[in-house]
Design a protein around this ligand. Sequence first.
Ligand code: ADP
Ligand code: MG
Length: 227
Amino acid sequence: MIPSATVTITKLNHAFGQGMLRKAVLTDINLAIYPSEIVILTGPSGSGKTTLLSLIGGLRSVQEGSLKLFNQELRGCNKKQLTQVRNQIGFIFQHHNLLKCLSAYGNVRMSLKLHPEIPKYEYRQRAVAILDAVGLSDRVDYYPENLSGGQKQRVAIARALVAQPKLILADEPTSSLDSKTGRDVIDIIQRLAKEEGCSVLLVTHDDRILYIADRIVHMEDGRLQDR
Ligand code: ADP
Ligand code: MG
């Protein structure tokens, strides 16, 4: 039996602006991503990659077409459904967006708090385990100001992965990292994806990390092409 897709996108269109200023940004997007699959999305700046990720992540409303996550249609769904869907996604952005007032542990714990099914007494143990997996076992109680750029990005990755999301959306996750740290981070994403069976959609300009992809799709002017 073919497993059901984590993400199913059919005839998705998206535009910014109104009236004369209306500009089509995504046109006729069709894409399915399956459990355990790592899909890399490439394409020039301004081609619509971040817009597509923000739609899949439920951060923007679907205008036209169908976008299903975990069999839930996002187009026209209510806030509660959207929140439920979002809580199953691990977001990794180009800029780490850590909360400065919280330690590495505190930042990672934020993700766990979104999951009422995870008991509080497991927070510390789970957070420490994932920080250890990203090579930060000796930085658990450090604040962002005392971490390097690479370490902060790893905390952000730990935060995205700690609640075992079914889908990871990563938008140029290595662009602020040196090449060694970038490769480590990619290896972590790959290892955790394969071990946990989650799907990954990763935007990158970095040819050196294409090797982890099961499939590469290319965006050009708001249209997807298989490579
Ligand atoms: P990429 O991530 O591939 O660089 P984006 O999805 O960020 O591309 O942007 C695609 C196009 O949509 C660009 O022309 C960009 O200027 C435009 N765009 C992105 N976000 C907005 C927005 N919030 N309002 C208006 N236009 C936007
Ligand atoms: Mg972008």
